[in-house]
Design a binder for this molecule. Sequence first.
Ligand SMILES: *Cc1c(COP(=O)(O)O)cnc(C)c1O
Length: 371
Amino acid sequence: MIPLLDLRRLHAPLRQELEAVFSRVIDSGQFIIGAFVERFEAELAAHLGTAHVIGVSSGTDALLAALMALDVSPGDEIITTPYTFFATAGSIVRLGARPVFVDICEVDFNIDVSRIDAAVTSKTVGIVPVHLFGQCANMSAIREIAAERKLWIIEDAAQAIGAQHCRHMAGTMGDIGTFSFFPAKNLGALGDAGAVVTDDERLSERLQVLRSHGATHKYIHDRIGGNFRLDALQAAMLSVKLPHLKKWETKRRTVASNYRAALADVPGLVLPKQRRDNYHVYNQFVLRVITGRRDQLKRKLAEAGVATAIYYPLPLHRQPCFKALGCAEEDLLVAEKIAEQSLALPIDPELTSDDLGKIIDVIRDEVEQSN
Ligand SMILES: *Cc1c(COP(=O)(O)O)cnc(C)c1O
């Protein structure tokens, strides 16, 4: 079986180093926040070129803490995309606010910036763009709109660590950026982990407090936060992996360009594009099957031992739990179309050329048979 991502193969060369650092964590006796977490926070801040990094328990908690730091309250409207992982909108609704879904652009699957302005109302407080699959949303345009309309920006950069827009790192272009170190993200931990980043000192202080139940001093709670703390073991793992991130990015980009070269002439497929001004880090390589035969191709690949995935089969405005939001489906037609066409291929940094050849053969075979 060719998996989407083979973490055992990725970690094999790091095993000794990882085991050594895990032993040091055990010996340290401090397992939640503390020195290993502070060290990783400083390393990530340097990598991103941002002033403050607050390590948290997951990408979901990163979003929740960021929204809480910006005082999101019931009734607030927040503009975001319907075509993303659930957590982006889930965390907004958990605070009683309302996600206002703006349709996506079919070229990069990110929020269509030309439609944002029309979605702003007197209740709108911010925008949460998502840098989907490893490619930045059009942050230049989003920043302009936010400045003009006096809105804050939280970048959901869970899938885009290392990605760039106009040479700016994903997560550093808004008021707050959020990251996930879920194992399948480009920088993955040994379980759940995440980070919140900001250049704003005041927001950074708030985030630190929110991470530990809103306590400014032990057992004195100025506000209500959560248990959003990062474990030492996860931070130690991430410190070992961070120096390799750039190399893995480059390998992912090579796999992507090999796919592109081999599949460019296949009718009925639309391959993912890197927009001008963007540096795409391919957390996923998602193509579109525009013949209506996406599910057949997926089945053929599975029969041949190739794992694929559909990100995302049900856009968020169609989720049963968001029914009460009463979203107008006719305004979100691109998201609906892409949900029926998208197919993610294996994008493992260590994918062998044999495996790549096999995947390409199966795809060509299926397309020729169906013509
Ligand atoms: C993975 C992901 C999250 C949530 O991260 P977790 O660490 O799994 O909680 C949020 N947003 C997007 C876009 C993601 O891909």
